[in-house]
Unconditional design. Structure first.
Ligand code: NAD
Ligand code: DAU
Length: 370
C-alpha cells in the first residue's frame, strides 16, 4: 500500500486533488496536512474524514517537528506538495508570509522527506511532487512562443519569486542529495472550490451581488486557463510515471484575455438568469435579475504593479512522455464553474465573511477607474 502526503489539501487545487486521488486510487493511504489559512476550507473533505477515507492534520509545513513526526508515523512513499500562499495581489501587499511558507516551508518539507527516506533506505522507491506555477517564467508578449521547461526563470511578483526559489531548492535537493523529486509548472486553474479572491470566482460573485467588476488596466492581459480536473489528472500522471528530476509544464491550451473572460462570465450569468426565474429572487441585486446584462458592472481600474502581460504553456513534454493532454474546453468548463458557484452559495458566503471584507477594502479601495 502506498502512503501519500498531500500538503495544502484544504485549498482549491488540494481539495480537488484529494477527491481525484481518493476516487482513482482507493487503496492508497491519504494524509492531508493544511495550516487552515484564510484560503482553506475543509467542508468538502468532511465526509472523507468522517468515514476515515483520509486522515486530516491541521498543521504548518514550517513545523519541522510535526513534519518529521508525520513521516515517521505514516512512512510516506509519495508527497504531493501544494501548500503555499498563492495570491499575487496579497504578495504585493504583504510578501513576508510568501517567503515563510513557499520558501522555508518547502525547505522544511524537503528536509523531512530526505531524512525519513534516507534512514528508511527508501529513496529509490519514493516520489516528491512539487506543484509550482508558470509565473516563475515571467511574462510573454503576444507573439512570443509559449513557456517550455527550458524557458529561463524571470519571476516578477513576490509570489512568483517565492515559488521560483522553492523550485530551485527542489532542484538542488535532486542534484545534491538525489531526492526523488519532480516539479510541475502549470497555468491558471479554474473550477470548483476556488477562493473568491481569484479572478473568475470574484467576478461571478460580484456580478451576483451587483458589485462592480474590477478589471485591472485595460484587460488585455492573457492567461492560459486550465480546468482544475485536468490539472489534477496531470499531477497524478506525473507523480506516477514522470521521470525523477524532471519538470513538466501543464497548460489548458485556453489562452484568453481578461476582458474576454469577464465578458464570457457576464454572458453566462445573463443566460442562466433568463433560463431560471428563481435566480432573480435569490440574487435581486444582479443586473440580470431585472433583464439587464451583467456587463454593465464592468469597471477598468488601476493596474496591478508589475502585472505580467501573458502566460502561455507549451505542454508537449507532458503529452509526449506521459501521454496526458488537458482536454476541457474553456467555454464548457467556465459554464460548469459558473453553475457550481450558483449551486454553492453557502460555501462562498462562508469564504467571503469576516476578514475577507478587509482584504477587499485593502486591494480595491485605492484603485480608481481608468
Ligand atoms: P490555495 O491558496 O487555494 O490553497 C493553498 C492551501 O495551502 C490552503 O489550504 C492553505 O491553508 C494551505 N497553506 C498555506 N500555508 C500553509 C502552511 N504554512 N502550512 C500548511 N498549509 C498551508 O492555492 P491553490 O490555488 O490551491 O494552489 C495550490 C498550489 O498550486 C500552490 O502551490 C500554488 O502555488 C500552485 N499553483 C496554483 C495555480 C492556480 O491557478 N491556482 C496555478 C499554478 C500553481
Ligand atoms: O499562472 C498561475 C497562477 O495563476 C498561480 O500561480 C497563482 O497562484 C494564481 O493565483 C494565478 O495567478 P494570477 O495572478 O494570474 O491570478 P488572478 O486570478 O489573481 O488574476 C488573473 C488575471 O486577472 C490577472 O491578469 C489579474 C486579473 N485580475 C485579477 C483580479 C483578482 C483583474 O483584472 N481583476 C481582479 O480583481
Amino acid at each position: 500500500m502506498r502512503s501519500v502526503l498531500i500538503t495544502g489539501g484544504a485549498g482549491f487545487i488540494g481539495q480537488n486533488l484529494v477527491h481525484a486521488w481518493r476516487a482513482g486510487q482507493p487503496i492508497d493511504r491519504l494524509v492531508v496536512v493544511d495550516a487552515m489559512t484564510y484560503a482553506a476550507n475543509v467542508r468538502s473533505l468532511e465526509p472523507l474524514i468522517a468515514d476515515r477515507s483520509i486522515l486530516f492534520v491541521k498543521g504548518d509545513i514550517k513545523d519541522a517537528a510535526l513534519m518529521r513526526r508525520l513521516f515517521e508515523e505514516h512512512e510516506f512513499t509519495h508527497v504531493a506538495h501544494l501548500a503555499a500562499e498563492s495570491h499575487v495581489d496579497r504578495s504585493i501587499a504583504d510578501p513576508e508570509a510568501f517567503l515563510q511558507t513557499n520558501v522555508l516551508g518547502t525547505f522544511t518539507l524537503l528536509r523531512a522527506a530526505l531524512d525519513a527516506w534516507r534512514s528508511a533506505g527508501t529513496l529509490d522507491q519514493s516520489r516528491f511532487l512539487h506543484v509550482s506555477t508558470d509565473e516563475v517564467y515571467g511574462s510573454l508578449q503576444l507573439t512570443d512562443p509559449a513557456f517550455s521547461e527550458a524557458s529561463p526563470y524571470r519571476p516578477n511578483s513576490p509570489y512568483a519569486a517565492s515559488k521560483a526559489a522553492s523550485d530551485h531548492l527542489v532542484r538542488a535537493y535532486v542534484e545534491t542529495y538525489r531526492l526523488p523529486a519532480l516539479i510541475t509548472n502549470c497555468s491558471n486553474n479554474y473550477g470548483s472550490y476556488q477562493h473568491p479572491e481569484k479572478l473568475i470566482p470574484l467576478m461571478i460573485i460580484h456580478a451576483l451581488e451587483g458589485q462592480s467588476l474590477p478589471i485591472y488596466g485595460d484587460g488585455s492581459n492573457v492567461r492560459d486557463w486550465l480546468h482544475v480536473s485536468d490539472h489534477c489528472a496531470a499531477l497524478m500522471a506525473v507523480i506516477e510515471r514522470g521521470r525523477v528530476g524532471e519538470t513538466y509544464n501543464v497548460g489548458g491550451g485556453n489562452e484568453r484575455n481578461n476582458r474576454d473572460v469577464v465578458g464570457l462570465i457576464c454572458d453566462t450569468l445573463d443566460r442562466a438568469f433568463a433560463a431560471d426565474a428563481n435566480l432573480a429572487s435569490r440574487f435581486p441585486a444582479c443586473p440580470a435579475a431585472s433583464g439587464n446584462s451583467c456587463r454593465a458592472l464592468i469597471n477598468f481600474v488601476t493596474d496591478r504593479p508589475g502585472h505580467d502581460h501573458r502566460y502561455a504553456i507549451d505542454a508537449r513534454k507532458l503529452a509526449g512522455e506521459l501521454g496526458y493532454r488537458c482536454s476541457i474546453d474553456f467555454d464548457a468548463g467556465l459554464g460548469q464553474t459558473v453553475q457550481w458557484y450558483l449551486d454553492h452559495e453557502d460555501w462562498w458566503r462562508e469564504m467571503t465573511s469576516g476578514a475577507y471584507k478587509d482584504w477587499i477594502d485593502k486591494n480595491y479601495g485605492f484603485r480608481i477607474a481608468v
